[in-house]
Design a protein around this ligand. Sequence first.
Ligand SMILES: [Zn+2]
Ligand SMILES: [Zn+2]
Length: 210
Amino acid sequence: MLIETITVGAFETNCYIVSGSNSGRAVVIDPGAEGRRIAGRLKQLNIKLETIVLTHGHPDHIMGVKELKEGTGAKVLMHEDDLDLVKDKRLAFMLGMEQAGFEPDEFLKDGQDMDLAGLTLKVMHTPGHSKGSICIQCQDALFSGDLLFCQGIGRIDLPGGSEAQIMQSLRQVIKLPLETKVYPGHGPETTIEAERQGNLYIADLLREFR
Ligand SMILES: [Zn+2]
Ligand SMILES: [Zn+2]
């Protein structure tokens, strides 16, 4: 499996190109900006974009979708509960961005398996940072969006945020195998083991397990 990170836009969002070995096809997770640059990299790698998957609907994760979709005809998949964020002109404007300008093609459900680019990607609905936030699990990798970061967790003060929900979602995610590699929406990669040891927000949750 190939996982390549491209950090895009003013919010330094991690966009991931994910491709099954020798499949010649790719999934792009969170093209937050710079759609043309992402398309250019896919071309360099000689892999065809099959699908765009969004971990959630905040502008810093979706502003590259329109360009990338127009250039490739890729389908856009996301959780339905974040559709209002994608359509929210005010939120985009607040962040100095334009409206996203695309329609999702399909909505994802908790527990769903997606067979894409020679891989099986599993959807975990993990609300809290936003109502429709998802994590995507693939082999030993977890794309955690803005739920879990290296030494941090997502904000809950944006529209759709909920502290109770983010804690419940984190409880699910930290039960994954310790060796799971975590690819967050911003900042460096980490592992479930490292976060269980060093992430203060998670330390509180682990205390509940005792
Ligand atoms: Zn976000
Ligand atoms: Zn973000």
